[in-house]
Design a protein around this ligand. Structure first.
Ligand code: ZN
Length: 124
């Protein structure tokens, strides 16, 4: 196996690996991703939805948005002193997505969400 690192910084690693099966590398990639802590939306309350998506589909899509999280300031709910089922600002995050189209069709991107990691241009 030969590994050549092309780029390495705090958030990215770009490398070329030669001499191993792609399924082996995919397994390593999956293990690495499973070790990255990631916060996501778990509960969704919809007050008004006039989009073409059903509430269930919209909730599912919101759950797929990774939420930027300051892990130094966040406490896991089971480790928080509040012991509340609803949580407190230390162990829960609450977001409001309020998007409206004033004329024509409006596409809502993950960047429109206050905790979303995407940008508002639709670029991935
Ligand atoms: Zn708490």
């Amino acid at each position: 196996m030969h590994v050549k690192i092309l780029n390495l910084n705090e958030n990215n690693l770009k490398l070329i690996v030669e001499g191993v099966d792609s399924s082996f590398l995919n397994s390593i990639r999956r293990i690495i991703l499973s070790e990255v802590p990631c916060m996501a939306i778990d509960d969704v309350i919809i007050l008004e939805n006039s989009s073409v998506m059903s509430d269930e589909f919209l909730s599912h899509r919101l759950g797929l948005i990774p939420i930027k999280t300051n892990l130094d300031a966040y406490k896991l709910p089971e480790e928080c002193e509040c012991k509340s089922e609803l949580g407190c600002p230390l162990c829960r995050a609450s977001f409001t997505l309020d998007v409206e189209s004033t004329e024509g069709v409006r596409v809502v991107y993950s960047g429109d969400h206050p905790g979303g990691s995407g940008d508002r241009s639709g670029k991935r």
